[in-house]
Structure formats: C-alpha cells, structure tokens
Ligand binder design. Structure first.
Ligand SMILES: Nc1ncnc2c1ncn2[C@@H]1O[C@H](COP(=O)(O)OP(=O)(O)OP(=O)(O)O)[C@@H](O)[C@H]1O
Ligand SMILES: [Mg+2]
Ligand SMILES: [Zn+2]
Length: 335
C-alpha cells in the first residue's frame, strides 16, 4: 500500500483540517452552553483538574490518601451527575460536551497501536488519489458500468478470426476480473491495438476500482514518465526522485501510449528499469500501446520484449476507431 508522499501529505492535511473543524464545533457548543448555564463552566473546570493535583492537595493537608481518593471519586461522580442534570434541563444530550474521537479505532491519531495506518486515514489517502487520477483520467464517465459493447461490430474479422464484439467481451471480462480481484502481485496486462478502441477507457475503469479498494495506483503516459526518469538522472532534485520512486513502487502502474515517445537509448533503459524492477518486486503493471507485441523487441530491446511476452497477459483490441464512429453516428453506438 505505499501511497506516495504527496498523496500522504495531502491526506494528512485534510485529516487534520477535519479534526480541527470538529474541535472548533465542540468549542462553539461549549461556549454556547456556558453562556446559557455558567455553572457548567465551573463544573468542567473542576473536572478537568487532574486527580493527581487534588490528591496532592489532600495529602498536603495531612489526610489519608485512600480516604482522599475515595472523596475525590465521590466528588467527581456528583459533579458528573450535576452536569448531566443541567444538560437535561437545557434539553441537551448527556454527552453534548464530551470529546468523542471521530474514529474510535485510532482515537483520531490516524495510526493504530502497531504502527499501521488506520482505515480512517487510509480513506483520506484513497480520496486524494482519486483526485490525482481524475486529473488524467475521466473516472466519472469511464467505468465498467458505462462501458458499451455496442461500439464493436458483430461481423467476423477475417484476419482475426472473430468479431470485434466477441473479442471485446473477452477483454472486458478479463479486465473486470483483474480489477475485482486485484492484489499488488496480481500480474500484468498489455493492451495493444490501433487508435480509439477503448484501451485508455478500460485502464480508467481498472484504476477506479483498484484505487477504491485502497491500493496505490499511478496512471501516466509513457512519454511523461520517461521525462521524469530523465529529470531524476540529470537534474537530481528531490521532486524527480519522488516521481521515480512513485512509478517504481506503487501497487499498480498504468503506463499509457507506450511507443508514442521519442525513441532514445535513455527511454529504452528507463522502460527496462520499470518493467524489470516491477517484475522483480512483484508489483503489477498495465502497458497500453499501438505497437504490435512483435514490434516491442525491435523498438525497445529483446530483453524487454521477452519479459513482456513471458510475464504479461496480452489483450488485443481491434475494431473501428470509436472516436470516428462517434462523430459519424451522432454519438450513438451503431451496433
Ligand atoms: N466501450 C466503450 N464504450 C463507450 N465509449 C467508449 C468505449 N471505448 C472507448 N470509448 C470512447 O472512445 C474514445 C476512445 O477510447 P480510448 O481513449 O479508450 O481509446 P484508446 O484505445 O486508448 O486509443 P489510443 O490508442 O488513441 O489512445 C474515448 O472517448 C472513449 O471514452
Ligand atoms: Mg489511449
Ligand atoms: Zn482511525
């Protein structure tokens, strides 16, 4: 679950801000209640004095500590009762002025006793990550539910030996199954096919599900990621280091438009580093490309191609360009 630092930082900020909001609400209530019933302030002030202070005072007076403790307990109880009675008179619930943590699991610290992050803070992380992914992907519109098979013809494609529709049914099922049962070591997918066939759409649908399940997901274009790797190598600044580690360490990396970047020795070695490191560390990756799998070896390297062929589930997309079909059919699926 390694969320990257910037997501963690923003999640923590939100988390703190919301806690602060709760504290302020309680403070407002308290002032309001004290205004209506000043005795409440006296009671709460006395209750807030630590029992240590009261005990020490009793001892200073030369009393018996056990007796002093007993008196203190009684005094506390009677103050609590008085407070409850006053609140009742004011038609307020008995716990109106108590500080209850919003999360009983971690007492609003965000972390459990064993040092793990609490679900409440993890939820903030997932929310921040969704915002981040939404900058690049249309997570609102592109989901498994909104995916339509009616953009894919039912006529058999001679070369492929099946119809785009039948092929897409299989691809859709594989993607949905992958997303629903995702674990960081679930394995890898390669989407290949020509333009406008739903590769980015299905990547968004997967990103959405996997992110909602609490895993760290990074989506980016290959060209942009390679630029980040370049910056890490040549500019050596902290931001670039973080970008690279986020790409290498997230639970699911989706690298889109592979093959549209400038081909240089650097991009080849960066892709090798990404594919190889993530395989070795058993983290999952999805690659999207317009290249045929057999072109990978030539464009990148035989080492990269062999890893992809051996370790990725390869899903072929074919049919007609949906961007074009939309235009030609007034946005309505023709099949
Ligand atoms: N099954 C589908 N149902 C509805 N809309 C779809 C579907 N598949 C794709 N689209 C829409 O068609 C357009 C092209 O899809 P997408 O961007 O996923 O193609 P792509 O395969 O990633 O293409 P490219 O290789 O050019 O990146 C988008 O507007 C997308 O929302
Ligand atoms: Mg795309
Ligand atoms: Zn919590």
């Amino acid at each position: 679950m390694p969320y990257d630092e910037s997501i963690l930082r923003r999640a923590r900020e939100r988390f703190e801000a919301e806690r602060e909001e709760c504290r302020k609400t309680l403070e407002g209530r308290r002032e309001n209640a004290y205004f209506r019933q000043p005795r409440l302030r006296e009671i709460e002030t006395e209750l807030r004095k630590t029992s240590g202070q009261v005990l020490a005072a009793a001892l200073r007076r030369g009393g018996d500590p056990r007796q002093a403790a007993e008196e203190l307990r009684k005094r506390n109880l009677s103050l609590q009762d008085e407070k409850k009675a006053l609140l009742k008179q004011m038609r307020l619930p008995a716990d109106y002025l108590s500080e209850k943590p919003a999360c009983p699991l971690c007492g609003d610290s965000g972390y459990l006793d064993d040092g793990r992050m609490c679900q409440c803070l993890l939820d903030y992380c997932a929310k921040e990550q969704k915002k981040e992914l939404s900058k690049m992907l249309d997570l609102g519109a592109q989901s498994f539910d909104s995916f339509s098979l009616r953009w894919y013809s039912t006529r058999t494609d001679g070369e492929q030996g099946m119809s785009p529709r039948a092929n897409m049914e299989g691809v859709y099922e594989a993607c949905e199954d992958y997303a629903r049962h995702f674990k960081p070591d679930s394995g890898n997918l390669l989407f290949f096919g020509s333009v406008g066939l739903g590769k980015t759409f299905l990547s968004a649908a997967i990103a959405r599900e996997v992110s909602a399940a609490g895993y760290s997901v990074v989506y980016d274009t290959a060209a942009h990621v390679f630029r980040q790797f370049e910056a890490e190598k040549f500019d050596r600044n902290e931001g670039a280091d973080r970008d690279v580690s986020r790409v290498l360490r997230c639970d699911l990396l989706i690298l889109d438009d592979l093959g549209t970047e400038m081909r240089t020795a650097f991009t080849i070695s960066a892709l090798y580093q990404i594919v190889n490191t993530r395989l070795m560390e058993r983290r999952s990756t999805i690659l999207n490309t317009n290249l045929e799998p057999c072109e990978l070896s030539e464009r990148y390297s035989p080492q990269i191609a062999s890893r992809i062929e051996g370790e990725y589930q390869i899903l072929s997309f074919f049919g007609e360009d949906i961007r074009q079909l939309r235009k030609d059919n007034d946005g309505q699926p023709p099949y």
